[in-house]
Write a protein that binds this ligand. Sequence first.
Ligand SMILES: CCC/C=C/C(=O)SCCNC(=O)CCNC(=O)[C@H](O)C(C)(C)COP(=O)([O-])OP(=O)([O-])OC[C@H]1O[C@@H](n2cnc3c(N)ncnc32)[C@H](O)[C@@H]1OP(=O)([O-])[O-]
Length: 727
Amino acid sequence: IQNLFIWNRLFLLVFCNSTESLIYFSLAVLQALEDGLKRADADPSVKAVTICGENGKFSAGADIRGFSSPNKQGLGLGPIVSLIERSEKPVVAAIEGIALGGGLEVTLGCHYRIAHVQARMGLPEVTIGLLPGAEGTQRLPRLIGVPAALDIITTGRHISASEALKLGLVDEVVEENTVEAAIRLANRLIGQPLGHRRLSLKPVPKLPNMEAFLTEALVKVKKRAQGCLAPELCFQAIKAATEQPFADGVRKERELFNILLTSGQAKALQYAFFAERAVEKWTTPSGASWKTASPQPIRKAAVIGLGTMGRGIVTSLVKAKIPVVALEQDLEYLNTGRKAVMLLLEREAMKMEQGGQTLDFNNPARLQFAVDFDVLRDVDLVIEAVFENMALKKEIFNKLSRICKPEAFLCTNTSALNIDEIASVTSRPQQVIGTHFFSPAHVMRLLEIIYGRHTSPTTIATAMQLAKVMKKVGVVVGNCFGFVGNRMMFPYVQQAVFLLEEGSRPEDVDQVLEDFGFKIGPFRMSDLAGLDVGWRSRKDQGLTGPTLAPGTSARQRHGYRYSPLPDLLCEKGRFGQKTGKGWYQYEKAGGRTAKPDPWIHSFLSEYRDTHQIKTRFIDQEEILERCLFTLINEGFDILAEGIASGPEHLDVVYINGYGWPKHRGGPMFYASTVGLPNILAKLQKYSEIHPDVPQLRPSAFLKKLVAMGNPPLNDWMSYLHRQSNKL
Ligand SMILES: CCC/C=C/C(=O)SCCNC(=O)CCNC(=O)[C@H](O)C(C)(C)COP(=O)([O-])OP(=O)([O-])OC[C@H]1O[C@@H](n2cnc3c(N)ncnc32)[C@H](O)[C@@H]1OP(=O)([O-])[O-]
């Protein structure tokens, strides 16, 4: 706080931090807030106080980095909020921009709250593994009731000013100058009693069925949390507010806060928060970077192919308010695609309406459907989302290169194909880039952005900007088979299948990985995605099917171990959910409830007999280590090859595209918590047992980092080119 004004008879406290556009509390800000309040209290000429932010932003809460600093900045906020509340002079909060976390808690200490119509509020502490520890879990339920407080605190979602008004979180919403409105209100309040406005003195509003409500709410909170501790502890703190006097509730809140603060989960989630922001600052090995490259505006885009991916991509673009042309090969496909897109958009519009927003998609200037490539002449960017087939993609890119205006960017939605080969058929390889969306594309946040040998920095910057506008997390990666996500996924799924050969059942493997925190295990995931997708790719690679050389051993390819199990399932028509049978059985084709299948169990035991594999009991530790450590091992190779510029990139990909539990920080962060020497030792052990599985052989970069003394994750990349005399 640098500016303290005495204005009329009011004291105006302004949060400000000259170096940051966002204001978050540092120790200095907290100290200044306390000093300012005490000064206002002691000065008889001051009759009321208004608290606001500088430059139209109230506060983003405590400095998140402070939670891992030794003096734990931000923890002294609770007593200051109490100090505000105890003031004998009316205190009014003027909320503009954002009031999040500790910022919102400050306003809960104020006697009145006025918000600008565009302000957003929330208590997002749960998303960084904490709870609102400045008495917020005790004041919010007293102000807006338990159900609404539970929702806001356990989800961490941001709410709009209009919702805040409806909930009674703010007293007034204004369209004009919020600070002036707050000052006017403060003036009117001078001399009026404040007791009823002090939230700590109010009882928590009663519910007729509080106990039953809380029991049911806990089940929901736990289910959503999937192993993350913070939501449940947020719940416990709110429950304490319903059962205990304010001071005891605050003590409970502090106790729970400390448990979270020292838990590894908070550290992982805070790492994930900064990792997501770090990947925005992309660089490539050739020196291109976000600092020097400028994105080009995208005023109109096109999507080619209205299959599952194309439909989601069109929906994302419409939601991002980018006019879009959707193209299909013929009228029949176009009509099917159009219907599906309209259905998705209607559902999205409904969801947005609940949040007070609208979605305009019935306007041909915003969304157009066509079968003729000629309509692409004026678009700034095309996203091709046809079938994963190189010949087809090349044909389309060649056509696009001839039809689209010279400045247009050409993106391909592929999960594995070579970007350079696709770019080679165009006259503008510098404007060709991979944009790997994840299904369903209008829901999943990840966008892998793959640059090829000739892709220009401007093209990368434009794709990154597009991701941001679509509210996705863009991660820039290099061009290799499977890029980052699928390349790391391959050894993980491969180990899962090998484990079946050796004695596990699909449900055993899935259970271990789901207990770890994955939303779904590898077999449920394969059933959902469709086993035929991988089968087709293996046939294309000559690993199975008619092109396989006669006499090839069933369980070996190119001298390495291979499992034909997924191929055998596909040959029996078991493609997963879509056929009602895969690694599990489903109630019907297209069904979603996976049930362990006795057929699979006997199929596996016959398979083991045929190949003379001795069934053994495989414990949870081995399942977890073999699946996760091979995935991590591949990650080290990816880093060493310069495919991604840092471990954060791999972690952001996994958290946002592959269901990796965020409270474990991503695979590379997890590796750093397990300890690289441990991972290396386990890989060496498994590799000795399975010498025919190259994915288990420890990566040279992992070995180097261990030899260099297991440095912290932030330093890994600086060791890439250093010499190690221990190797
Ligand atoms: C007892 C204690 C009680 C209190 C607890 C709390 O308050 S817990 C806290 C509860 N609060 C939260 O959890 C809020 C967390 N913040 C957010 O959700 C978003 O940043 C936003 C919505 C405020 C703005 O989104 P946007 O897309 O406009 O911008 P952006 O996201 O790109 O950020 C810009 C820059 O600011 C940085 N930075 C931002 N906030 C913080 C922070 N609190 N700390 C540190 N840094 C922060 C961010 O890293 C980035 O830095 P870079 O990369 O430029 O070096």
